[in-house]
Design a protein around this ligand. Structure first.
Ligand code: ZN
Length: 386
């Protein structure tokens, strides 16, 4: 194994509570990475020798982004739908169901190639961990193969059979919930770490969401939830009650929802790419932060409502439109995402943690929001890199 010294780091974001609050920054620092693990952190002048030296030349170094919400197993795209939506015209050609039809038609090899392409895009933009959901198969075999594909690009796999009700069950949602909690769960659980449900008007109601998450938990899957994207949802408080790792979207919250999240270990994951791409109102990050909730930011990369793979883009929107500070947004995109996946080995730069480290082509992470759309990723080190 080759050890790597990164020295002359102008600004190092550690997110390490032992170092300080929030982004817990250090100046003039150095790191040693070895065997995919961070082995040493200190002042650049005291840095030990290593097999390889990388001169950061005063740049900013941050933990790799943890994108805790994506849907990368699909076929086709919906650029036409986006174009219509931006022109203010409604488009009623089926939304998610269109992607479901294309995904069912596609070979597993084509689905894997597309997922790998998107993960490579993410990696080039500084993401070193990504969660990937199923949810465009919606049959027992198509959900299971979607998760097999997901498992080839990440260990953070989520069974989302309860994404929408497929057309063949439109008249009998209860029968579809029985399938999701029965044969589909049995087929998918071996390939999944998490179970998720879309608890929203037009998808699944709170009683159905409870049945689905409890069934998954009984098989050892961790719970997560999509809720309050389009309106207030009883799903938010259900997620807290079931100790879900995260409830995602959180765009429309009641005061009681905010209070529940503030007093819980359930992360509020905000997906600002969705509001940007659908021209919807943004969530109120300031209210969540004031209530003491843990806030994460993720891409929700999917071909319908948010086809971005870029965490820097999401940070820029979070700063401009969610009114998060650059430090809050960066923390949410790294340590916040790690908490949303209940991981303590990522999203932090500390001795013994995974060597998932990004050198920015900038003196400070503020540039991620200050210079939107500019490629600022100088180099990515990843535990998982070959
Ligand atoms: Zn989603």
């Amino acid at each position: 194994m080759t050890s790597t010294l990164i020295d002359n780091i102008g600004l190092l974001v550690t997110n390490d509570p032992q170092v300080g609050t929030g982004t817990a920054e250090r100046e003039s620092a150095a790191l040693v990475l070895d065997g995919g693990i961070i082995r040493w952190i200190g002042d650049s002048r005291d840095a030990p020798a290593a097999d390889e030296r990388v001169d950061a030349a005063g740049r900013c170094v941050i933990p790799g982004f943890v994108d805790s919400h994506s849907h990368l197993v699909f076929a086709g795209d919906r650029a036409d739908e986006f174009e219509y939506r931006m022109a203010g015209r409604s488009y009623s050609a089926g939304g998610i169901r269109r992607t479901v039809a294309a995904t069912r038609e596609a070979s597993s090899g084509a689905l894997l190639a597309n997922a790998r392409r998107l993960v490579a895009e993410m990696r080039a933009q500084g993401t070193t961990t990504v969660e990937v959901k199923s949810g465009y198969g919606l049959t027992v075999s198509d959900e299971a193969r979607s998760l097999e594909v997901a498992g080839q690009v990440t260990s953070e796999t989520t069974f989302l059979g309860a994404h929408v009700v497929p057309p063949e069950f439109a008249d009998d949602v209860a029968a579809y919930v029985d399938l999701v909690t029965g044969d589909m769960l049995t087929a998918c659980a071996p390939f999944a770490r998490w179970i998720d449900v879309f608890c929203e008007a037009g998808a699944f109601d709170v009683d159905q969401a409870r049945a689905i998450l409890v069934a998954g938990q009984s098989r050892g899957l961790g719970a997560r939830m999509h809720a309050a994207q389009l309106g207030e949802s009883a799903g938010v408080q259900l997620a807290v009650e079931l100790d879900a790792a995260s409830v995602d979207h959180c765009t429309f919250l009641s005061g009681a929802d905010v209070d529940a999240l503030g007093g819980s270990s359930t992360v509020a994951t905000l997906l600002p790419g969705v509001e940007f791409s659908t021209r919807q109102p943004y969530p109120d990050a300031r209210r969540l932060i004031a209530a003491g909730a843990t806030v994460a930011i993720a891409s929700d990369c999917n071909p319908g409502s948010s086809y971005t793979s870029s965490m820097p883009f999401c940070i820029a929107v979070a700063v401009r439109d969610l009114r998060m500070t650059p430090a809050e947004a960066l923390w949410a995109a790294t340590a916040g995402g790690a908490q949303a996946l209940r991981r303590n080995d990522i999203g932090v730069i500390a001795v013994g943690k995974r060597a998932d480290v990004v050198i920015l082509d900038a003196p400070t992470y503020v540039h991620l929001a200050y210079r939107p759309g500019v490629p600022l990723i100088h180099r990515v080190f990843s535990h998982d890199a070959p």
